[in-house]
Design a protein around this ligand. Sequence first.
Ligand code: ADP
Ligand code: MG
Ligand code: ZN
Length: 599
Amino acid sequence: SSPESILKQVFGYSTFQGQQQQVITHVLAGGSCLALMPTGGGKSLCYQIPALVMDGITLVVCPLIALMQDQVASLSELGVSAVYLSSILDEQSQQEAMHKIRTQQVKLVYLTPERLVNEWFLNFIRQFKINLIAIDEAHCVSHWGHDFRPEYQKLAILAKIFPRVPRLALTATADYYTKVDILHFLELKNQPIFSTSFNRRNLFYQTTEKNNGKNQLLGFIAQHAHQSGIIYCNSRRKVDEIHEFLNCSGVIAFKYHAGLENATRIEQQNLFLQSSNRVMVATVAFGLGIDKPDVRYVYHFEMPRSIEHFYQESGRAGRDGMAAFSMVNFGFKEIYELSQMVLQSEVSELKKRYELDKLKKIIAYCDSVTCRRQQLLNSLGEDCDPCGHCDICISQEQLQDGSVLAQKILSTVYRLQQKFSLGHIIDVMKGKASSSVQIWEHHRLSTFGIASELSIKELRRTVRQLYSQNLLDIDFNNGAIKLNANSLPVLRGIKQVLLRPQRRAELALVNNVWLRTEHEERIYHNLLNWRHMMAIRHKVSHHAILSDKSLYELVNIKPENRGELKDIYGIGQVKLERFGDDLLVAIHKSANSVKAAMF
Ligand code: ADP
Ligand code: MG
Ligand code: ZN
């Protein structure tokens, strides 16, 4: 079969997207390459389709068991035979998987890097015809990246052991150093790189300043009830706190962080993966490579560590291409906390500077006064016009001329000889003769009380905005606020400073408003119930049965017969056979007859 017919017959999709077709053609011709595609860009298909076109076995290296389980389960719903090998498999499942490989019943074998480079295993697998080695989440090979896994570097031996087998590395991280590492460690230096734009058009980007964060979060969740979402926090302690807060407030939430028992963690993760309307509170340890296509929002309860982290984490929303939301709730406190984390980490000075630089970019994103998508993509090295699909682009809010206030702040910093931290500066500007102000005799300065009419909060957020616009510096070693080269034109009145007004109105968030009539709502609920039943019966997640996008098309198009069903997104040959009749009943009959048909 050709790649095109497999795309349609097995996966139920009508066209390739991005560079999928080019990558597939390249590996089918025996070439190795690196494929850079955004999260949700469809990287898996780049190796799954060649695996079905060619004779033999495709090996897929994955960093996480959960990811393998999920892919193998989804493939089995499509009628494709795949297995995964991992240390957590019990002896019997292990034997069954090996038996399937030996008797050539499988097209794809998923495994961890440790497992693949194990000498015994290499000798075993070499007896078979290996047609392709895919290395998913290939950025794990780089210690500059965000999910460094030392075992990935051992994959360097693959080029020697399987010199004639094409190697396909895949990742959504396009950072320069990471790319260099991938090409180096996976021996891909002279091979082509296929890359697609990192713009995630279906994501709506928004940030909000922290102002009673927990209430802001509850409000957000209420507007997104009946949807799946992930809430990221920067520490385990915070995850525990927010998880408990939500459950006490009547929101059913799961939690995930490295401090939990292994079994608990896996259980919480599976409950979330299989649901379609629950909240997961987690540290960033959760989510790498998790293919849950119907996550409708990612809410950063605290500022992410870097643009790259943010891109990955927010990218876990809307993998199915349907509308989804990215929200960051941030405050000044986190800027200090994150910079302290960097300064106290045990890495070289060079790496610290590199990390602080990255922190600066994410601060600029959070506090941006221009299109957020533009900020984000520019930091990732890509151009983009103002997008019309972020809070800044659709906001009516006018920026204010903050030049005079900026001058007051910068001249106070100057008079304090760039040695004092934010609290002290604010005391001076507000005219508060604290003991420290008196000891230093700062109540005698001409800027003492220069901004007495402003609140502490207002001054804090202004200093923060000046910092994110790179008009002043902060020495995170001691908290001292300093001037930089950009401060001078502001002080001299040559450069205008634009500031965001206080208390930006929270934007009304767009929800799932595609159910146009009561009739459609009924069909939708029929389908939801049916999907839930099927997921239980097949012991897989909701989305392995049918994705949200498939439901959306079913409700909108209301196919009349199997011929029309075949054209629905995600319905290939096997799903048509298995589910066709059920779906037609769910769409065209009343709720009661649907229940009758299901039992
Ligand atoms: P990635 O690994 O790049 O993040 P996945 O391979 O998990 O993305 O794919 C994301 C979603 O897009 C999956 O639900 C997948 O089935 C779907 N998908 C992939 N390729 C296509 C395509 N050509 N047309 C429609 N949907 C696709
Ligand atoms: Mg993937
Ligand atoms: Zn925009």
